[in-house]
Ligand binder design. Sequence first.
Ligand code: NAD
Length: 367
Amino acid sequence: METRNPSRRRFIRNLSAGLGTLMVSPALTFGCLEKPQSKKLGVALVGLGSYSGGQLAPALQETKNCYLAGIVSGTPSKIKDWQQRYDIPAANCYNYENFDEIAKNPAIDIIYVVLPPSMHKEYTIRAAKAGKHVICEKPMAMNAAECAEMVAACKDAGRMLSIGYRLHFEPHNMEMMHLGQQKIYGKVLRIDTVNGYSWGGDPNAWRLKKAMGGGPLMDMGVYSIQGSRYTIGEEPTFVTAKEVKTGNPLFKEVEETISWELEFPGGTKAKGETSFSKNYSYLRAEAEKGSFEIKPAYGYGGQNGKTPKGPMNLPQVNEQALQMDDFAECVMQKKPTRVPGEMGMLDMKVIDAIFRSVRSGKREAIQ
Ligand code: NAD
C-alpha cells in the first residue's frame, strides 16, 4: 500500500538515509511493512478501557502481522461484549486471577498491558514469566527502579519488551527525529514542547490518583520528554522543574501543571510543560539555520508540521497499527524493537528527576 505513494516512498528513503543511532537504529525499517509475514501473531490486550477499546482493538483489525487473539479483564460483561464484537474464543479470555494460565495458550504470542501505570510492572513481569513477549503502555511504570525490574524480568525470560510509543511510527514525529538528529538545519539549539489537556472527566479517575500513576507528567508530559530526546538524539543530564497549582481541588493528589528545562550534553536546552488544565500540543526546534515544528504534535494523527522550506506534507497513518505490526515483525524476525523497555526506562529517569527537582526546588541530575 505505502510503496504506491511517492511522497511516502521519498519520506521512507530520506529517513532511512539519515537517521541517528541514539533513538532509532538505522538497521530497522520504517513505516508500513512492505510485506505481511506468513503467520499473524496473536495479541492479548490486558485492560479493556478507553485506549484498548477506542484505538488498539480497531487498529488490530488493520494489522498485517498480528491480530486480536485474546483479552484479559476483571469485568465479565466486558469480556462477553468483546467476544461478540471481535469473535474471540472463550479459551482466549482471562481475568486477573487466572491470567497466568495464559502461559499454556499457544494462540497468544504477545501480551499488551493497557492498565493504569501502577499495574504495569506486575502484569509485564507476569506476562514475561508466562513466556509471552510484551508491549507495555506509557508511562512504563511508577519509576525507573520498577522499569529496571521489568527489563530484567523480560531478559531473564528471553522475551522482548516494547513500550507503546506509537509516535516512532508517525511520519511528522519521524521527520523531527530526522531533521534534528541529522542536523539538517544545523545543530538544534533549543526545544520548546508542551502537551496537555483540560481535565473534564471523572473526579475519581485513576489519572487523578498519585498512587495509581496519575497526573499530567506521567500521562502527557512523557510525550514531551520523548519529543525532546528524539529530536536532539542525546540523553539529557540535568533538569530544573517547577509546579504551578491554582488550588483546584481536583488536583489535590497530582500536579496540575509542571514545567521544566532539560539540559543536554551538547549544550541544547529543552523547555517542556504539561498540564491537566491547558489544551495544547506542540514540538518546536530552533536550529542554527532555521526552525522546524509540529503542531499538534502528539495525538492520534492530525499532526501538521513546517520547516524553513514550508509545510511538511506527510501522510497520516494508523500509528497503533504500524507500532504493533512492527513489534510483531521484530518478534518474528528476532530483531530489536526501536521502542524497547530501555527507552521507557530512560524517560522514567527524567520523570523521576523532574519530581525530585519540584520537591527540592533545585537543578537535579538525571541518573
Ligand atoms: P482506562 O481507565 O480507560 O482503562 C484502564 C483499564 O484498566 C480499565 O479497563 C479498567 O477496568 C482496568 N483496571 C484494572 N484494574 C484497575 C484499577 N485498579 N483501577 C483502574 N482501572 C483498572 O485507561 P486508558 O486510557 O485505557 O489507559 C490505560 C493505559 O494506556 C495507561 O497507561 C495510559 O497511559 C495508556 N494510554 C496510552 C495512550 C497512547 O496513546 N499510547 C493513550 C491512552 C492511554
